[in-house]
Design a protein around this ligand. Structure first.
Ligand SMILES: Cc1ncc(COP(=O)(O)O)c(C=O)c1O
Length: 413
């Protein structure tokens, strides 16, 4: 048996992981063209428009709105879905705050649905358990490039008039039964922050299927100004409050060039993620990052779980052993489920107040506590996260697999 690096043996990974450049001449050329337009305002320039056209074509979607971030894209979708004070919005307890922020800013109440233990996504069953007469929308988070099971979710929500917003911030080119996540619900929201598959520094977009949603979303992302009207008097015919979440032309320019890279990035991540799964799926105590049959993940990260009994080692020691072998690994993903954050435990939506939880429009008691979503909590307690990069080589993945095998052989009885 090979001696583990953590106990003084030789490391598995002796060569650096593959890296590469994310931006190049294409982005520079686009930026130059944007500046030469002599305007960086999306309504006057062409870059944001070109970007949206390209994204719509790629996704086969009819309407798209650009925003300043993934968070704002979700807020705009919520606004366009008519979410307001007193409404409940069901979402995931393992997600970025970007899924939650818009809900609270609309003075609505986030409600958390438990997750599938191995895909880490919400399911129709876990959502159904949280539906009340106040449920206005569901923000379905496709975590880490892996699609949620959308058909049953749509079958649950559609007849009840519940709007479905897909949070695809981590899930570009991720396929549910051959369809792209982001085109199945009423709205699909994406992020261009610097950590995502593609980056424009920050930015976001929303896909939708009908003109009415498009007009409302477009206005909601731009102070509720009506830029569609030919009558200048109608620009500021403001009916209710909406933020300024506009994308500027520089962001749009970079995003155009980034879209060209997207299919390759997602394909590579898929190949590498699948290779890793194939290499570790039969090891004792290792529970892979499951992608349901017929779906395709673009692996924003790879998160597996440890069954400590079968593996013969606890997760902290397994992660430490991997790291010692030269494979960076971090325990869990978030420090706790989102509903365990102080703002929820203390019901403090806006600083120093209990709004929106105490609004008369809501008129109900809500409490958030550890134990609310037991499967999600178990996921965070037993998972280890690995990076996946499109620049990794097959050899990098084989080295990771080698390290897994070495560690499992050492610990498993
Ligand atoms: C699942 C999820 N939703 C929403 C967001 C928010 O995106 P942004 O950072 O662009 O606001 C993120 C970003 O980390 C995310 O991972």
């Amino acid at each position: 048996m090979e001696k583990l690096a953590i106990f003084g043996g030789d490391k598995v990974k002796t060569t650096p992981f593959g890296t590469g450049k994310r931006f190049g001449d294409e982005e520079l050329q686009q930026l130059k063209e944007a500046l030469e337009q002599n305007t960086l305002f999306y309504w006057f320039g062409n870059k944001v428009k070109q970007f949206l056209d390209k994204f719509k074509t790629m996704y086969g979607a009819e309407y798209a709105v650009a925003t300043s971030s993934g968070t704002s894209a979700i807020h705009v979708a919520l606004g366009a879905a008519g979410v307001g004070p007193g409404d409940e919005v069901i979402t995931s307890p393992i997600t970025d705050m970007g899924s939650i922020i818009g809900i609270v800013f609309q003075n609505a109440i986030p409600v958390f649905a438990d997750l599938d233990p191995h895909t880490y996504n919400m399911t129709a069953e876990t959502i159904a358990a949280k539906i009340t007469d106040k449920t206005k929308a569901v923000v379905v988070v496709h975590l880490a490039g892996n699609p949620a099971e959308m058909d049953p979710i749509m079958e649950l929500c559609r007849p009840r008039g519940i709007k479905v917003i897909e949070d695809c911030a981590q899930s570009y080119e991720c396929f549910y039964k051959g369809r792209r996540a982001g085109t199945i619900g009423d709205f699909g929201c994406f992020s261009l922050n610097d950590f995502k598959h593609i980056s424009a520094g920050d930015g976001g977009m929303i896909l939708m299927h009908n003109e009415e949603d498009y007009v409302v979303a477009h206005k909601f992302a731009d102070k509720n100004y009506n830029r569609f009207s030919k009558n200048p008097q109608e620009l500021r015919k403001i009916e209710y409050i909406a933020p300024n979440y506009r994308m500027n032309e520089l962001t749009g320019a970079v995003a155009i060039a980034q879209l060209d890279r997207l299919p390759w990035i997602c394909e590579r991540r898929n190949v590498l993620g699948e290779r890793l799964t194939a290499g570790i799926k039969d090891l004792p105590g290792i529970q892979i990052h499951e992608v349901k049959e017929g779906n395709k993940s673009s692996y924003w990260f790879y998160m597996f779980r440890i069954d400590e009994k079968a593996a013969g080692v606890n997760r902290a020691d397994f992660a430490a052993a991997l790291t010692a072998e030269g494979i960076p690994a971090s325990v869990g993903y978030l420090p706790a489920c989102v509903y365990e954050y102080d703002m929820f435990k203390n019901l403090e939506g806006f600083r120093g107040t209990h709004v929106p939880f105490n609004l008369p429009e809501y008129g109900r008691e809500i409490k958030y506590a550890s134990g609310d979503c037991p499967v999600a909590e178990e996921i965070l307690e037993t998972s280890i996260r690995l990076n996946i990069s499109e620049f990794y080589t097959e050899q990098d993945i084989d080295d990771i697999i080698h390290a897994f095998k070495k560690i499992c052989a050492h610990y498993a009885k």
